[in-house]
Design a protein around this ligand. Structure first.
Ligand code: NAG
Ligand code: NAG
Ligand code: NAG
Ligand code: NAG
Length: 334
């Protein structure tokens, strides 16, 4: 949580932004399920998508070598590792070479044959930039978004200073606090990432990860099912980075949770931010719009635990928020 002093000053001025979580009636369905298998939603998507992907794989195999058998086809998945911009950009090159819309080489067409696509950290920047913009080609993202955004990079503190002052992240964070939610460094981090990866207003401030299920290419099963992964950090045990046995969490547009034995449960992504006790909401009102797409990809790429990062205490004016953010990013650059 950011300093109470500066927050109380900001909160008085806060009005709801696109980023602000919303209180809404709870669904009648349960908000927690045991990790005993895929959710009904994911299973339905997987079956429909596999049928589409099989056709593409069949076509690719046949054109590659007419001798290939195509009677029984595997489920194909692709993931992009962590590694900041290096993994994001090398992963983008891979997708370009697999996407028949974007290349004409021997591997083109295999993107169309994927049933799942995953990404961690820098790999999740790539995944969410593709899915959060409704699956344009990598060339399109390069020309209409990344080329400029990466010049105004998080890795260039001079440019960043301008960005922090220009954009509305301070209001977004104050408004989330005013709505009753603790904020952490992952909030400004996710908002900054948003300006690099999403074309929508205010760097995707109003785009949620769960809303990808309403995008046309998702509803038509034209694209692989996206999975963002994140490693748990046991801060209560003094950890600053994920340990060797870290819990692997996944965020899909439908669910958040983990298959690992210490969690072994899932909750709907759409209702993240809802307060639960024993798996049941503590009030009649649940939360939506907490699962901002930049915030989720920021969670997957959060290499700084605020408990472990030595930062100046935020002072009590909103310009100092910018200074604090700059210090955070300087720290990341080290
Ligand atoms: C792709 O390349 C091959 C071989 O160079 C060529 O025959 C084919 O017409 C090309 N297809 C498209 C869609 O450009
Ligand atoms: C997504 O939909 C658009 C518009 O229908 C289409 O042009 C594009 O190729 C689709 N993307 C994929 C990956 O199928
Ligand atoms: C990792 O987890 C397994 C299973 O929970 C446990 O048996 C093992 O001791 C753990 N190892 C470490 C290094 O924590
Ligand atoms: C702002 O912080 C300074 C230093 O902590 C303190 O002396 C000052 O009274 C604070 N101002 C307000 C308006 O809270």
């Amino acid at each position: 949580m950011l300093s109470p002093v500066f927050l109380s000053l900001l909160v008085s001025a806060a009005s709801a932004t696109l980023y602000t979580p919303i209180s809404t009636t709870c669904p009648s369905t349960s908000l927690v399920r045991a990790a005993s298998g895929l959710s009904d939603n994911e299973e339905a998507y997987r079956v429909s998508r596999k049928a589409v992907a099989d056709e593409a794989l069949k076509a690719w195999l046949t054109s590659t070598d007419s001798g290939f058998g195509t009677a029984e086809l595997p489920t194909v998945a692709l993931t992009t590792s962590g590694g900041g911009y290096r993994s994001m950009l090398s992963g983008a090159g891979v997708i370009q070479g697999l996407d028949s819309r974007d290349s004409n080489v021997s591997t083109s067409g295999l993107f169309q044959a994927l049933t799942y696509q995953a990404g961690l950290s820098g790999g999740s920047w790539l995944l969410t930039s593709i899915s959060g913009n409704n699956y344009p080609t990598v060339s399109n993202l390069r020309d209409t978004l990344w080329e400029q955004a990466l010049q105004d990079s998080l890795f260039d503190p001079g440019e960043l200073w301008a960005a922090v002052n220009d954009i509305r992240i301070v209001d977004d964070i104050a408004s989330k606090e005013a709505a009753g939610f603790d904020t952490t460094l992952t909030d400004p981090w996710g908002r900054l990432l948003g300006y690099q990866f999403y074309k929508q207003d205010d760097g995707g401030a109003g785009v949620t990860w769960s809303s990808v299920t309403t995008f046309s290419n998702f509803t038509s099963h034209a694209v692989p099912y996206p999975v963002i992964t994140a490693l748990g950090v046991k801060v209560w045990e003094g950890q600053c980075l994920p340990g060797p046995n870290a819990t692997t969490y996944e965020f899909t547009p439908y669910e958040f949770g983990s298959w690992d034995s210490d969690v072994s449960a899932f909750t709907p992504t759409e209702y993240l931010g809802t307060s639960l006790k024993g798996g049941v909401p503590t009030s009649a009102l649940c939360t939506t719009n907490y699962d901002n797409i930049g915030y989720i990809t920021g969670t997957s790429s959060n290499l700084f635990s605020e408990l472990c990062t030595d930062l100046p205490a935020p002072a009590n004016s909103s310009t100092d928020v910018a200074a604090t953010l700059e210090a955070v990013l300087d720290k990341i650059h080290e």
